[in-house]
Design a protein around this ligand. Structure first.
Ligand code: URA
Length: 258
């Protein structure tokens, strides 16, 4: 093969450099700037300061995961579409460590929607919220007021993926999942929400301090919302069951006779 310049190869090389962001040619001949020396005030040689290179290509903005979540959640027109959107959402690292996407349980369209925090080990295995010990207690809290997931309650969590070692979700993870949760509530269209635990209150009410918040009706995503203790907390603190029972009675009173 000859060594004479190939105009097509040169053109291709130039196009490639432009694509990489080169915007102007500096010199006709290449300069080895590492080898350049300039005299200093004391007459010693010093390495020349680097000449300004070609202008840096414009930075490509990183997509904002909350924005992406909002777009995906807004586009979902049904609960099934929302589940599919969550399963396709790749911006939350929690998903990488989880076995399943825990979407919901119970009756879509029920008058009551319970919002928990995040799946634990049992939920992650089964792919359904509140199936472990806390879930069994939840069922026992609802039954005496005529409610059950088999008949008239819908259940979801703030986070659909189990956090590693059941750690608390970080604010950025909550912010990323909030648009999905809001869409979930909109599509499930319950009459009232029961918000269980501090993380859920933080996500839906923007407030912390469940001991102070519990038992007082509030508003979340345009729905009347009753904060109450999380069943996992009640398992650790049985003395708080008395207040949780008062909250269940307040819920029943709001719904009217069973
Ligand atoms: N705790 C929750 O908040 N949700 C679950 O699904 C299980 C335990």
């Amino acid at each position: 093969m000859g060594l004479e310049p190939d105009i097509h190869a040169a053109q291709a090389l130039l196009a490639w450099q432009v694509e990489l962001g080169a915007t102007e040619a500096i010199c006709d001949a290449p300069v080895d700037r590492y080898g350049l020396t300039v005299p200093t005030a004391r007459g010693q040689a010093a390495v020349a300061p680097a000449a300004p290179g070609p202008a840096a290509p414009p930075a490509i903005a990183e997509p904002d995961p909350v924005d992406m979540a909002e777009k995906a959640a807004r586009a979902a027109g049904s609960l099934e579409a929302l589940r599919a959107a969550l399963e396709a959402f790749e911006w939350c690292d929690l998903k990488k460590g989880a076995r399943t996407t825990v979407f919901s349980d119970g009756v879509p369209g029920a008058r009551v929607m319970v919002i928990g925090e995040a799946p634990g080990r049992d939920e992650d295995r089964e792919g359904r919220p509140f199936v472990g010990r806390a879930g069994q207690l939840l069922d026992r809290m609802l039954a005496p007021i005529g409610l059950s997931r088999a008949e008239n309650v819908y259940i979801a969590n703030v986070l659909p993926w189990r956090p590693p070692q059941n750690r608390d979700p970080r604010p950025d993870e909550i912010a990323m999942m909030k648009p999905f949760l809001a869409a979930h509530i909109r599509l499930a269209a319950p009459e009232v929400l029961v918000i269980m635990g501090n993380i859920s209150c933080q996500a839906l009410l923007g407030k912390k301090g469940i001991t102070r918040l519990r038992g007082r009706w509030d508003q979340a995503v345009g729905k009347p919302a009753l904060p109450t203790f999380h069943p996992a907390y009640l398992l650790r603190t049985p003395t708080a069951k008395r207040e949780a029972w008062a909250d269940m009675l307040a819920l029943r009173a709001r719904l009217g006779p069973a």
